[in-house]
Design a protein around this ligand. Structure first.
Ligand code: FAD
Length: 309
């Protein structure tokens, strides 16, 4: 496990924008995660773990310290008290796992068959779709730290809320999710795979196919961010190479040559336009990662910018 210096991160994100990591390592095993965490600690550097990069907006100026991509992806189905349980390493691709399980007649994860990213990222973000969500299926996550200590936490210990958990908002990512266990049930191929196909079809109709990071803003209480952005007349609005999707206004797409700065500017534009019309402040669902200034972060969060004078 030897980190590489100045590695472009855009290829590791679904939006394909953003600058390099000062240091980067692909963690191909749980031990690599531990070694990476320890290396960062020994060098007194901040560390962040990423999965599929499908919920991230990485700053053009890159990410300080070490970025570890969790890519160990072994998957097994075990029995627990007669019931099937998915045991997956954090880097396993959630959608692929969900589809494969459905084809084997296991139910429980049909909702996830279109959710990009990894099993680990889903456990951190409480990913969900079509009425299902990670918190409802999760039996445990195993986290590791820089000393190689492992801790198995149940869903009730993870503070799950809408697209969030206690694992998400840490200043320094000094732990990593190594493994996830999820509850399955025996279904039939016909039923489980049928549901996957039904969900697929709905997705194809409602979501853009261009590069994106999924829903940009969380839905405000009792309304939909996409509806508010569309009502503000912003569909197909462009800043630089980034565009508010024609198909779904809560998606910002990168048809080819967008930058992180373009995506950020478009998010701010949508927030201001919607606020002006409705006094609703759209809260980002996408996570900013890397060298965004405190002012940029505060502006997006809708907080007053604190002066540092
Ligand atoms: C086209 C599209 C559609 C989408 N649709 C949905 C949807 O329907 N529902 C939904 O919930 N989301 C959706 N998303 C967003 C995204 O798929 C989820 O947020 C997903 O769970 C992110 O997983 P990831 O592995 O890509 O995590 P990343 O984006 O890489 O990281 C997300 C967070 O998890 C942390 N993290 C990741 N892996 C680890 C680990 N092993 N250990 C510790 N921390 C870790 C990161 O530090 C970061 O804080 C969509 C995205 C796209 C591009």
């Amino acid at each position: 496990m030897t980190p590489e210096q100045r590695v472009p991160l855009a290829p590791y994100t679904s939006l394909r924008v953003g600058g390099p990591a000062d240091w980067f390592v692909l963690a191909r095993s749980g031990q690599d995660l531990v070694d990476g965490l320890r290396w960062a600690r020994d060098h007194d550097l901040p560390v962040r773990i990423i999965g599929g990069g499908s919920n991230l907006l990485i700053a053009e100026a890159g990410v300080a310290g070490l970025v570890i991509k969790a890519s160990a992806a072994r998957v097994e189905v075990e029995e627990l008290r007669g019931e099937p349980v998915l045991v997956a390493e954090a880097g396993a691709n959630l959608a692929n796992v969900a589809r494969r399980l459905a084809k084997q007649g296991f139910g429980g994860l049909e909702w996830a068959a279109n959710v990009p990213g990894t099993v680990g990222g889903a456990a951190v973000n409480n990913a969900g779709a079509f009425g299902g969500e990670t918190a409802a299926c999760l039996l445990s996550v195993t986290i590791v730290d820089a000393d190689g200590a492992r801790l198995k936490l149940g869903a009730d210990e993870l503070g799950y809320a809408y697209r969030s958990s206690v694992l998400k908002w840490r200043e320094r990512g000094d732990i990593a999710v190594e493994r996830v266990e999820m509850r399955l049930h025996r279904s039939s191929v016909e039923q489980a795979d049928g549901l996957v196909k039904q969900n697929n079809a709905q997705r194809m109709r409602s979501q853009p196919r261009s590069l994106s990071a999924g829903s940009v803003f969380a839905n405000p209480e009792g309304d939909f961010s996409g509806r508010l952005i569309e009502a503000a007349g912003l569909k197909q609005t462009r800043v630089g190479g980034a565009e508010i999707s024609e198909q779904h206004a809560n998606f910002i797409v990168n048809p080819g040559n967008a930058t992180a700065r373009d995506v950020y500017a478009l998010m701010r534009l949508a927030q201001d336009a919607v606020y002006e019309r409705t006094r609703v402040w759209l809260r980002p669902e996408i996570e900013l990662l890397g060298r965004w200034t405190p002012e940029e972060r505060a502006a997006l969060a809708g907080k007053p910018v604190l002066s540092h004078g």
